[in-house]
Design a protein around this ligand. Structure first.
Ligand code: C2O
Ligand code: CU
Ligand code: CU
Length: 487
């Protein structure tokens, strides 16, 4: 991965030094074994599950320990396994230096337990929500959500996983041995300084485009190597980057058999050779390694950026590159088949819409080109012309109804996320979405426009409204977020 930054650094060196440097890089790449978040089995647990947000020490690159942050871990956090029908008690302790909240992204639970900006956990405080788990098997996640500080805290490392089970994956015979043939891959990117520490210092332009690093990390490390059985392996992909959209493919162009989107299984696996995954989204995929060949997971360039208009130069294109490598471990037993069908996805009834709403995601100066520079960055990001305000309820919905939301992006693509629900995409840029986007979703990448059907099944009083927002975290922090009640 010869990135822009490496190239600039290298060009100052002699050709001999350049060669030595490249050799060192080639050796270092794919040397680190893929770390697995610790599996924390909360099924049947009566006692609260402790999660402690605190600073830690972590080596993103081998041999370079730097400061990080995580939930009961030096960086990232555990994969908490829960089961449908269970009420999971959590005890989240904030031992970090800043006010935080913990949001359970993807859970369909009442807003009081949701962990949005209104569920503040002060420094030294502990928050004890009870999460009533009642939704299909899926991969969800959790991360900080304090208004104005989400991007920095997630970038520092605070990100964990929730593995919701209901027995269906077991029945289908899907790979499910955690860390062996069932691997979570938390995809992120960072700018590293010379010491190997991630730097977070977005310029105004990087706030407008979203802050993207030049180096991809998976489960907290650069260029890892996973050893997998010579068979069918399940990857739980999570884009937990602040802003980067990953355009994933394998170096030999083998297929991703997509089996699940954000909220659970698709009706049947969908084979794709390229898989776009935007911040906040998850896909579970099956990949066939039975030919025994090593393969590299790659990502294409990310050119998602706003039209800069009068600001002049656009922010740079972000290069793609190699993400990680898979090698084969023949000592492990392998699953060999990919099921023909999965779990039927009930189509929501578009004839029973209680309300229709429009959301325009503002990513340029208010009012377009002539809007002036005076408002500061906060004034530029908003929804329907208004930046987020914790004291303002933007939308009031009725509990137990279905709504049709029309979302439009102004000049760049935005991953639009809704709390407290799993929705279905009716149209994407005016068309029926591709098959792998026809299941349950909580985040949709809106390139130009999308229509989604939103079931409203969870209560949200004025004291704890649900959020809807862009999951490019700089946009969210800068005001591309709104809140709704449900009663
Ligand atoms: Cu993953 Cu409101 O966020
Ligand atoms: Cu969420
Ligand atoms: Cu956005």
């Amino acid at each position: 991965m010869l990135t822009r930054r490496h190239f600039l650094a290298a060009s100052a060196l002699s050709s001999v030094a350049i060669l030595a440097r490249f050799e060192a890089q080639a050796q270092a790449r794919f040397a680190t074994p893929l770390p697995m978040p610790q599996l924390l089995d909360a099924r049947g647990s009566e006692a609260p599950i402790p999660l402690v947000l605190a600073k830690g020490t972590h080596a993103y690159r081998e041999g370079r320990s730097v400061g990080a942050m995580g939930y009961s871990a030096p960086v990232l956090g555990p994969a908490v396994r829960v089961t449908r029908g269970q009420r999971v008690a959590m005890a989240v302790e904030n031992r970090s230096e800043r006010l935080t909240t913990v949001h359970w992204h993807g859970l369909i639970i009442p807003s009081a337990a949701d962990g949005g900006p209104h569920n503040a956990i002060p420094r030294g405080g502990t928050w004890k929500p009870v999460l009533p788990i009642d939704q299909p098997e899926a991969t969800a996640w959790f991360h900080p959500h304090p208004h104005g500080d989400t991007a920095r805290q997630v970038y520092s490392g605070a990100t964990g996983l929730l593995l919701i089970e209901d027995g269906s994956g077991e029945q289908l015979g899907l790979p499910r041995t955690y860390g062996i043939d069932d691997l979570p891959l938390i995809l992120q990117d960072r700018w590293f300084d010379r010491s190997g520490a991630p730097v977070y210092s977005p310029s105004p332009m990087e706030i407008m485009a979203g802050f993207r690093g030049d180096t991809v990390i998976v489960n907290g490390v650069v260029s890892p190597l996973a050893r997998v059985p010579a068979g069918v392996v399940r990857l739980r992909l999570l884009n937990a980057a602040n802003a980067r959209i990953f355009d994933l493919r394998f170096s030999d162009r083998r297929a991703f058999h997509v089996i699940a989107s954000d909220g659970g299984y698709l009706s049947a696996p969908v084979a794709v050779r390229r898989l776009l995954i935007a911040p906040g989204e998850r896909y579970e995929v099956l990949v066939d390694f039975s030919n025994g060949a090593e393969v590299v997971l790659e990502s294409g360039p990310d050119d998602n950026r706003p039209m800069m208009g009068m600001m002049g130069a656009a922010p740079p294109l972000i290069d793609g590159g190699q993400v990680m490598k898979f090698a084969i471990d023949r000592s492990q037993p392998a699953t060999t088949s990919i099921p023909k069908s999965l779990v039927p996805v009930l189509r929501l009834d578009g004839g029973r819409i209680a309300a229709r709403r429009q959301f325009l995601l503002n990513d340029m100066m208010m009012g377009g080109m002539g809007g002036g520079m005076g408002g500061g960055m906060g004034g530029m990001m908003g929804i329907n012309g208004r930046p987020f305000d914790m004291e303002r309820i933007d939308v009031e919905t009725r509990l137990g109804t279905l709504e049709l939301w029309h979302i439009a992006s102004q000049s760049m693509a935005h991953p639009f996320h809704v709390h407290g629900t799993q929705f279905q995409i009716l149209t994407l840029d005016g068309r029926t979405p591709p098959a792998h986007l026809q299941g349950w979703k909580d985040t949709v990448l809106v390139t130009r426009e999308a229509q989604i059907l939103v079931p409203l099944t969870q209560p949200a009083p004025r004291s704890h409204p649900f959020m809807y927002h862009c999951h490019i975290l700089e946009h969210e922090d800068a005001g591309m977020m709104g809140q709704f009640t449900c009663a």
